[in-house]
Design a protein around this ligand. Structure first.
Ligand code: NAP
Ligand code: ZN
Length: 362
């Protein structure tokens, strides 16, 4: 049994400015990686600029990361940040994952980006600092970076492992997410807890993280029905998301994440929704119903159906053609990394059934 999660988490109000000297200790010149708007809207970008002004650190800004960033964006970021000593990713999973991949590509100096990101195992990276603004991916505590690979027409985890050196958590950055972004990302955190708990690689440490994550998520789940976001609820979702990241950093995710990637790639469905829609069908199919019962107890649902209904109310439904179900099933059946994380034997018909059941109105 093993546990390894080397990221230092600092959680407090004003964390970025308060820890300006620690941030500056990673080098003379930083690359800041963000999406188009949210880093400014949340105040996180202006906080990091203040931290760099206080410490006299030079920086370059790359603010062009779109959702589900493709290799081509990573290559552009690496070009812009070529002369930097460390990378700061601010935002949801997309910019922070991009920051990790850019940190690898800069260090790989001139290597072909597809080769560096998907073929070479464990390339070294520049230090990465993660400043999350969504409560879903937990990427601040995982070594993963999910990058869109247009050559393979899907999303893939890169082949290196980059834990951020620092995760700087300030709940103020999480308070103004539109309801849909908030709900999709909070559901993503729940799916991480579930897929880690039901995982082949689950162990004492990952399960302990999951069980606390379930309790936290369950305590504030009803607040997802409200349009406004209260700070006391969001701080709990923020912790549930990071602790879910800690759990999947040990186990990985499994079938729902693999089945959801084509919904995002081909239908533009938000990542959290693309996994969340499978939870009822997936948990119904899991052989270990003792653990499923334990999840329901900890999250506070009286039945699996109640959990399914709750998620469907939040996320809505979706529809696929028979051709899509068949094609996505083939893709899932060739995804060995995700299949091996699921402890039961999986046949093609099981995946087809899960896609079909996930489309039913509960
Ligand atoms: P995201 O794709 O980073 O962002 C979604 C949207 O939310 C964007 O429009 C973004 O705006 C906006 N946004 C972000 N923070 C906001 C805030 N505080 N207020 C208002 N709007 C905000 O969403 P995500 O769900 O966090 O990340 C999804 C990505 O992470 C996917 O690529 C997924 O595969 C990956 N992922 C990674 C891991 C991992 O361990 N590495 C785990 C799970 C998922 P801007 O574009 O302006 O920033
Ligand atoms: Zn996820």
């Amino acid at each position: 049994m093993q546990y390894f999660m080397p990221t230092k988490i600092i959680e407090e109000k004003n964390v970025v400015v308060n820890h300006a000297q620690t941030i500056a200790s990673y080098g003379k010149r930083a690359l800041i990686v963000t999406g188009k708007q949210s880093a400014s809207l949340t105040g996180a970008l202006s906080d990091i600029k203040t931290a760099f002004e206080i410490t006299g650190t030079e920086y370059v800004l790359f603010d062009q990361v779109q959702e589900n960033p493709p290799v081509e964006t990573i290559a552009l970021g690496a070009e812009i940040g070529e002369a930097c000593d460390f990378v700061v990713g601010i935002g949801g999973g997309s910019p922070i994952d991009a920051a990790k991949a850019i940190a690898v590509l800069i260090k790989a100096g001139g290597m072909d980006p597809y080769e560096a990101l998907f073929e070479h195992k464990l390339l070294p990276a520049l230090p990465v600092i993660a400043i999350p603004t969504t409560s879903g991916t937990g990427t601040e505590t995982t070594p993963y970076a999910i990058i869109t690979n247009h050559k393979l027409r899907t999303k893939l985890n890169f082949s290196s492992k980059v834990f951020p050196e620092l995760a700087l958590m300030d709940v103020s950055y999480f308070l103004h997410m539109p309801k849909e972004v908030r709900n999709n990302t909070c559901v993503d955190a729940l799916t991480h807890l579930i897929e880690s708990y039901m995982n082949t690689n689950a162990n004492y440490y990952s399960d302990a993280a999951c069980e606390e994550g379930f309790r936290l998520w369950g305590r504030v789940k009803l607040s997802l029905k409200e349009s406004s976001t209260k700070e006391e609820n969001m701080i709990i979702f923020m912790r549930a998301s990071s602790i879910a990241g800690i759990a999947i950093s040990q186990t990985g995710t499994s079938l729902p994440h693999g089945m959801g990637y084509p919904l995002t790639y081909e239908h533009g469905m938000a990542h959290g929704k693309a996994n969340g829609v499978f939870m009822y069908a997936y948990l119904s199919a899991c052989k270990n119903q003792i653990k499923v019962k334990r999840i329901l107890e900890l999250v506070g649902f009286e039945s699996l159906f109640a959990l399914g209904r709750f998620l469907q109310d939040l996320l809505g439904t979706f529809a696929l053609t028979d051709e899509e179900v068949a094609r996505y099933t083939d893709s899932m059946m060739s995804n060995e990394a995700k299949l091996k994380n699921h402890p039961d034997q999986v046949h093609r018909e099981d995946i087809i059934r899960m896609y079909r059941n996930a489309m039913l109105t509960l």
